[in-house]
Structure formats: C-alpha cells, structure tokens
Design a protein around this ligand. Structure first.
Ligand SMILES: [Zn+2]
Length: 308
C-alpha cells in the first residue's frame, strides 16, 4: 500500500534533500553524533540552502550539476579529476558552462575541514548542510547530463518526476540504514566515483520513462493536486508508481548512497581537522545566522530551469 505524505508546506522538491541530510547524522560516531543531533533540525532544514541561493548568488547554479556528456559520450570516465588540470584542459568558462559539481563539492569539503579546525559552530553546521546538498545532487542521474530535464528527448518534466515526485510518494517506505561512517582516503576521487555511478543510471532513467509513456494511457499520465493553494498538474500516482516499479529501487539506492557518502565525508573532514572535541561546542543554536533571505536577481532567473 502506498502512503501519501502530507503535502509539503515548503517549496516543491526539497523533501529528499532534507531527508538525506537528516539520515546521514545517524551514521556518525559517538564523538560527532551528539553535536549533529543537537542541531538535527538545522542540518535538515538548511539542506536546501544551496538551491535557495541558485538565483541569488552568481556562480552557485553550476555547483549543482555536471553535464558530463557535453564533453562526449564517455567523457565522464576521462574528465580531469582535479580542478587545476580541468581548467588547464578546458578553461574555466567552459567548465562553468557545463557545471562543476564534482570539483566544487570537493572545495566545500575542504571548507568543512577548515570550519572544524577553527571550531566555529555556525560554519561547521552551515557547510555540513551545504556539503550534504551537493553530495545529494551528484547522486541524481539527471544532474549529470545535458538532457537534464528530458528536453532533448521529448520527456520534459522528468527531472522533478525522478527527484521529487517519486521520493514524496515513496521515500517513507525506503530503508535508510547505512551503517557506520567510514574514512575516505581520497575524497576527490570518491566524489568522481559516485558521479560516474550516477551517470551510468541516466540511460535507464530516460529509457524506462520513454517506454512507460508509450504504453500508458495518455489521459491517466497526469493529475491535479493542490500545491500551496494552487491547483497544479503533477504526474499521476498511477504513472509515478509504474515508473517507480520499472526503476526497481534505483531512487532508493541513490538516496542511500548519498546518505552514506555524506556521513563518510563529514566524518573524514572531522578526522582530517584533527578530531576537534565537538561536545565542547554544542549549544550555540542562537548564533547561527538565518540564510533564508536570498533575493533572486534578474540575470540569474531562468538558469537551468526545471520545475523545482
Ligand atoms: Zn541542488
């Protein structure tokens, strides 16, 4: 039986990011978990800060994706893993035009090490939440292709279908237990390995929706639901369920992989910072600045538009 989650009060599409950041906390070792649990609400609520910044901060949007296939069909296997090498080979403008997720996620990881070193609670929390978001994004197949919303194959809307509609309808039945956080010896390469695996799923994400669309009664593909007081067209539950079934656990596997990697990366950053005593830091909730007031600027509107 399918349980329908209560409609989100926050913007559409943020549900999965919150869930992923939240679950990552529970894999942390005792020396970290008390601190992160004390700030569990912050870590989950601010999982979507990077998306809130997308239309307000120049240079933000390209941190969420990599159009790996913009460089050729199997480019994901040979693109330079380190930023400096990538800049030398392609130039920064080209890189930014096609997305810089794997390189900039690593930069965020380095920032987290520095935040731990300086024992700065607001920075640790803010950057942990951001890092969780970016790692979540590189586990979404449609964040790794230039056909990110199915716009090149007549499947417009598939981005939100996979990353938002499916988790909202089905994620409460997923099992998110990922075991203990582990140290990652080569974080930049681990980020790329994750992205390569994600990219390998692009083909099935698109192919299965295409075949489903060909068989499914057209008049049952969409339905209407109220979203924030507006009657909105959504993929119907029946269509979503059929797609979910064809994907055979793919969304769950990707969410679980993201949770595992986030916990591992937080843990690794803490180790590399010399394992600062986080218990001595807990309890600074009121010092954490609100980051929810980014104002969209016109020149950034419409970048990488999809329905969430
Ligand atoms: Zn994002």
């Amino acid at each position: 039986m399918v349980t329908i989650l209560s409609p989100p009060t926050a913007p559409w599409g943020f549900y999965a990011h919150r869930l992923i950041n939240r679950h990552a906390v529970f894999s942390l070792p005792p020396e970290m978990i008390r601190f992160y649990k004390a700030h569990l609400e912050y870590i989950s609520e601010n999982a979507v800060n990077p998306d809130r910044r997308r239309y307000a901060v120049k240079g933000e949007a390209e941190k969420h994706y990599l159009d790996a296939d913009a460089y050729g069909d199997s480019a994901v296997y040979y693109l330079p893993r380190y930023w400096q090498e990538a800049v030398e080979k392609f130039g920064e403008d080209t890189l930014r035009a096609h997305g810089i997720a794997p390189w900039s996620t690593y930069q965020t990881f380095l920032q987290l090490i520095r935040a731990f070193e300086s024992k700065n609670t607001p920075s640790i929390l803010r950057i942990s939440a951001d890092l969780g978001h970016y790692i979540g994004d590189i586990h979404v197949p449609l964040h790794t292709t230039k056909n990110y919303n199915g716009q090149l194959t007549g499947q417009y809307g598939i981005h939100g279908f996979w990353e938002t509609r499916i988790p909202e309808l089905f994620a409460d039945g997923y099992s998110f237990f990922v075991g203990k956080a582990e140290f990652i010896p080569q974080p930049q390469l681990a980020i790329w390995d994750a992205l390569v695996q994600t990219h390998e799923a692009v083909d099935s994400v698109l192919r299965m929706e295409k075949s489903l669309n060909a068989q499914f009664p057209e008049n049952r593909k969409y339905s209407f639901e109220e979203r924030g007081g507006i009657n909105t067209r959504v993929y119907s539950k029946a269509y979503t369920q059929a797609y979910h079934h064809l994907l055979d656990g793919q969304v769950e596997r990707q969410m679980v992989a993201a949770i595992k990697m986030i916990a591992d990366m937080w843990f690794t950053a803490w180790i590399l910072a010399g394992q600062p005593n986080l218990d001595a830091l807990a309890g600074h909730q009121s010092d954490i600045p609100s980051e929810q007031e980014w104002k969209p600027i016109d020149e950034l509107k419409g970048i990488r538009e999809h329905d969430n």
